[in-house]
Design a protein around this ligand. Structure first.
Ligand code: HEC
Length: 182
């Protein structure tokens, strides 16, 4: 009699525990809905990331203006070695394959009188009256052939914005009175 009661109690406890586990499992899947969360979260997050990237991506090369004040002009002079085969930067310096670069900032594009080596594309820029502002120069030196299709300047460009800042800051100093920093 006592044994039967014990067996009943044990059986009830075991069944109770199993029931509890089933209910808990069912409840937790209702509460957390792991599948649904996994499905919903991804597209929402991906959409947000895409929008942010599109908004942050600049249209052209990274701007150089903010870096000029702290740029390294000594490094700029070193970088000029890449230009020196075709350009001089000194006052009254000769035109070579490319025109002399003295007093370059805010100079009219394609505007060196007496330089006969301009491409048609660069010569056409002269007529626009456009000048070599810091950011125009930045875009040109990032990738000359992208900036001006048909340019005669055979130079791949500076990928790093820091390099462009250094050489532009150096070129800025090659003038009697350097143009104010932006
Ligand atoms: C292989 C020769 C070559 C090299 C290297 C070269 N250039 Fe030039 N550069 C030219 C030629 C040629 C032109 C004229 C381009 C045209 O008419 O399309 C020019 C034009 C320019 C102009 C426009 C000048 C103006 O009067 O409007 C600038 C600015 C310039 N170069 C800067 C540089 C700098 C800075 C470097 C070095 C990072 C450099 N170039 C490297 C050949 C060169």
């Amino acid at each position: 009699m006592k044994d039967a009661l014990l067996i009943n109690k044990v059986a009830a406890a075991v069944i109770g525990a199993m029931l509890l586990a089933m209910v808990a499992g069912a409840l937790s899947s209702i509460l957390y809905k792991p599948d649904q969360i996994a499905e919903n979260a991804y597209p929402i997050e991906a959409g947000a990331v895409t929008t942010e990237t599109a908004a942050a991506a600049p249209a052209g090369p990274e701007p150089v203006s903010a870096l000029l004040a702290s740029a390294d002009t000594a490094k700029g002079l070193k970088l000029f070695k890449k230009c020196g085969a075709c350009h001089t930067y000194e006052k009254g310096g000769a035109d070579k394959v490319g025109p002399n670069l003295w007093n370059l900032i805010d100079r009219v594009q394609g505007g060196v009188d007496g330089f006969g080596g301009y491409s048609k594309a660069m010569a056409a820029l002269k007529d626009t009256g456009n000048t070599w502002s810091y950011e125009e120069l930045n875009a040109f030196l990032a990738k000359p052939k992208k900036y001006l299709k048909g340019t005669a300047m055979n130079f791949g460009g500076f990928k790093k914005v820091k390099d462009r800042a250094d050489i532009i800051a150096f070129l800025r100093e090659q003038a009697d009175s350097p143009v104010a920093l932006p």
